[in-house]
Design a protein. Structure first.
Ligand code: AMP
Ligand code: GLY
Length: 426
């Protein structure tokens, strides 16, 4: 069996790592991949959004199954294009991927199907948006409608910041067309968690809970990033909250998408704010989270291939998922300067020593090979993932791995998993 993974991040490396362990022994390909993926897969130099080239490759190589990591190819319709050529592919179709590609689409779905979320209004006119800001006051959240590489949601503590957000998105058009319209919404407080599920459009098969760490610095300080670390399970998601998320968020979203005529298949990811035991939905993503996938995949005991196939074939009700009881903690190691400007091409040392730490697995993100050596090639570079008998041991293992790795300018947070620890120790 030949499987192609589309993408080049830690998420895609973790998924390939999992597929490589399947008893079905698939032959693995990655497009474009990275230095870590190159150890277990054949990397093809086709970009994740070069859909026509990817289709051509899959046809010529007789790829049996394609798995898409990032959101952009999904919103561009990679799944529709593959299916039109009779190729099997795991991911949301273009219409369904709008649940992530348009915040307005997602908010209207939530309103229509009673999914708990922040109160909001939609604007395509900057003046009216500004009038609304004056009426509502701060804190308030301004979001570009379209995809903005995770930077389109601006949480504003003052009205001045909110007006600046309108300028940035609607007038300076920093995110291009993605800022033609904005959502302005109530600012929620609480603790964030991520909830991912497989779905074939009817059955919703939840994964274990997880939590991301978005800001660049310890104690959630500094600008937001793609995610600086994650762990699973997230103690903030108690059994009761887990049930509530399934009943009030995930199942209504999947039913709603089907009722709207865009059945949703693939991984549905809800970003949630939890306060006083009640979850509210911040956003939906149409894919695995990065870095949430890394600890989730590290804990997944079941073979992944039958799950992907059951989603594609609309028989997910036949599948169950087993999880290892050990928690997993993933620490992201990033280039100095990220999420702003950073240099590439720094030689990375200590990878083999870190991989030798018991309970540790290293997923590559922005890495590449230069003269046979692994060098940095992106903002988020490595995802050191530790499993342990409990959260403290998983944290200790992950950081023992992290401490063995070095490159010039390396940056990572020192407090990944702390929120889980605080909750467990009260
Ligand atoms: P989004 O892309 O919509 O998930 O937003 C990115 C981040 O902005 C979230 O992970 C939250 O940290 C924050 N955020 C988004 N919406 C809100 C909100 N209504 N209230 C408070 N924080 C929010
Ligand atoms: N970790 C956040 C995301 O994948 O969108």
């Amino acid at each position: 069996m030949k499987i192609l993974a589309v993408g080049q991040g830690g998420r895609e490396h973790s998924l390939l790592w999992k597929l490589a362990q399947s008893p079905r022994k698939p032959l693995l390909y990655a497009a474009p991949g990275n230095a870590g993926m190159a150890q277990i897969a054949t990397c093809i130099s086709i970009g994740a959004t070069d859909i026509a080239d990817l289709v051509e490759f899959a046809v010529n190589e007789k790829i049996d199954l394609t798995l898409v990591g990032p959101e952009v190819p999904l919103t561009l319709g990679i799944v529709d294009e593959f299916e039109a050529r009779g190729l099997r592919i795991f991911g949301a179709r273009r219409d369904a991927a709008r649940i992530e590609g348009s915040k307005i689409f997602a908010k209207n779905l939530m309103r229509k199907y009673g999914i708990p979320t922040a109160e909001y209004e939609i604007f395509d006119d900057a003046r009216q948006a500004r009038d609304y800001l004056e009426k509502m006051g701060a804190p308030i959240v301004v979001k570009a409608d379209g995809l903005a590489a995770g930077k389109g949601a601006i949480v504003c503590q003052t009205l001045e910041e909110a007006h600046q957000a309108i300028s940035t998105i609607m007038e300076e058009r920093v995110f291009g067309d993605a800022g033609d319209r904005v959502v302005i919404e109530e600012c929620l407080t609480g603790e964030e968690a991520s909830f991912l599920a497989f779905t074939d459009g009817k059955t919703v098969l939840p994964m274990a809970s997880s939590q991301d760490h978005k800001p660049i610095f310890d104690n959630d300080q500094g600008p937001n990033t793609g995610g600086m670390g994650a762990y699973s399970p997230a103690p903030v998601v108690t059994e009761a909250i887990d049930r509530e998320i399934m009943e009030r968020v995930m199942i209504p979203a999947v039913r709603g998408m089907a009722a709207e005529g865009h059945p949703y298949k693939g991984v549905l990811y809800a970003g949630l704010m939890i306060k006083d035991g009640k979850p509210k939905t911040l956003e939906f993503n149409g894919r695995f989270g990065d870095p949430e996938a890394q600890p989730l995949v590290a804990r997944m005991a079941s073979d992944l291939i039958p799950v992907l196939e059951a989603v594609i074939d609309d028989r997910l009700h036949e599948v169950t998922l087993e999880w290892r009881p050990e928690p997993a903690v993933c620490v992201v190691m990033a280039s100095g300067g990220y999420p702003g400007n950073y240099e590439k091409g720094k030689a990375i040392s200590g990878l083999d020593e870190a991989a030798g730490v018991p309970g540790v697995v290293i997923f590559h993100a922005g890495t590449t090979l230069r003269n046979g050596k692994v060098v940095t090639d992106g903002g988020r570079v490595l995802n050191v993932t530790g499993l342990g008998k409990d959260i403290p041991e998983a944290i200790a293992n992950a950081y023992e791995g992290v401490k063995k790795i070095y490159w010039e300018g390396v940056h990572y947070r020192n407090d990944i998993g702390k929120k889980a620890l605080d909750r467990l120790t009260g």
